[in-house]
Design a binder for this molecule. Structure first.
Ligand SMILES: Nc1ncnc2c1ncn2[C@@H]1O[C@H](COP(=O)(O)OP(=O)(O)OP(=O)(O)O)[C@@H](O)[C@H]1O
Length: 308
């Protein structure tokens, strides 16, 4: 179990992380979301032991982990980190990169490497030199290399940012299944709601160096604390009490409103094609609303909005 207790950290004078406390049970897969610059990567760097907290403690199974001020080589053996700029050996093969830290005396070394290359769908590239790979392929090799070292905690920073949509879904399913099968905990800094909604147990929301929410992913999504948290998942309708016969202030995603024959009058400003449906942007009294529609609607037409 990982615990952070009252961590503060500053790169310069201004604090980058403030009063961070959290607990992660073994096997939990947890997303870290928040706007760019809010401190997600810094948090992962502190946990991994690349940065030294100014105050506070990081504990693993109750034992304090000492930061880089106390170690010649930063990092801790039970965790692996895949940063945004992955650390691979460009002139050696994919196979050797994944196996870099695996003992050559290990009986099932080759099998282990091939099994992990399957998890990241890179088995056909085993003999290719890393420098000849695309960014997305390198990212997949970096993930397999981290898994090869059998971490108890995996820290992933934007793990699929370079991977095309075609591969992303299979890769995500395989990777998260592997994490669950092997009871590996993971902290994943991501901007991608699809990573978060389908695959994580809990979500941490960060803002300006603080943790502002940490609950189960479903609670964080269904019952957002504020507009900031909700907007990380989707466009959001802010409905103060009384706007659409609602008796309290509401934050609603586009699919929670509908266009009806009667209701709150609004003017269509734009229709955005989304594949299965259109996202309609409407305006009433200086307020913007977002709603889904099966049909494209012409700009300046009038619609009536209702809470579903
Ligand atoms: N080496 C550094 N020296 C000084 N300031 C830094 C350094 N690294 C990051 N920062 C600053 O610390 C803050 C947090 O950065 P961090 O990279 O943790 O954000 P992030 O939430 O991961 O952002 P993103 O989503 O864009 O990756 C930012 O204001 C950033 O400019």
């Amino acid at each position: 179990m990982l615990q952070l207790v009252d961590i503060d950290f500053a790169f310069a004078k201004a604090k980058t992380l403030k009063n961070i406390s959290l607990q992660l049970e073994q096997g939990a897969v947890v997303a870290v979301m928040g706007e760019s610059g809010c401190g997600k990567s810094t948090l992962l760097n502190l946990i991994y032991g690349i940065l030294q907290p100014d105050t506070g403690k990081i504990l693993w199974n109750g034992k304090e982990l000492l930061g880089p001020d106390h170690h010649l080589v930063p990092g801790h053996p039970m965790m692996k980190y895949v940063p945004q700029e992955f650390d691979l050996m460009p002139y050696t093969t994919v196979f050797e990169n994944v196996g870099e830290h695996l003992s050559i005396q290990l009986d099932d070394r080759a099998q282990t490497i091939h099994r992990l290359l399957e998890v990241v769908e890179m088995e056909t590239y085993a003999d290719r030199k890393v420098k000849t790979l695309s960014g997305g392929q390198k990212q997949r090799v970096a993930i397999a290399k981290a898994l090869a070292q059998q971490p108890q905690l995996l820290l992933l920073d934007e793990p699929f940012s370079h991977v095309d949509n075609f591969r992303k879904n299979t890769l995500r399913r395989r990777l998260f299944k592997h994490l669950k099968d092997e009871n590996i905990s993971a902290l994943i800094a991501t901007h991608d709601r699809d990573d978060v909604l389908s695959f994580t147990d809990e979500t941490i929301i960060m803002r300006a160096g603080h943790i502002v929410d940490h609950r189960s992913t479903r609670e964080v999504y269904h019952d957002p604390k504020d507009v900031y948290g909700a907007t990380l998942f989707d466009d959001i309708n802010v409905l103060p009490s009384g706007v659409m016969s609602n008796t309290k202030d509401l934050l609603l995603y586009p699919h929670q409103l509908e266009i009806a024959n009667a209701g709150y009058e609004s003017l269509v400003v734009n229709s955005y094609f989304k594949g299965k449906s259109y996202l309609i942007e409407c305006k009433s009294a200086e307020r913007t609303f977002w709603v889904k529609s099966q049909k494209e609607l012409s700009n300046s037409s009038i619609v009536y909005l209702k809470i579903k």
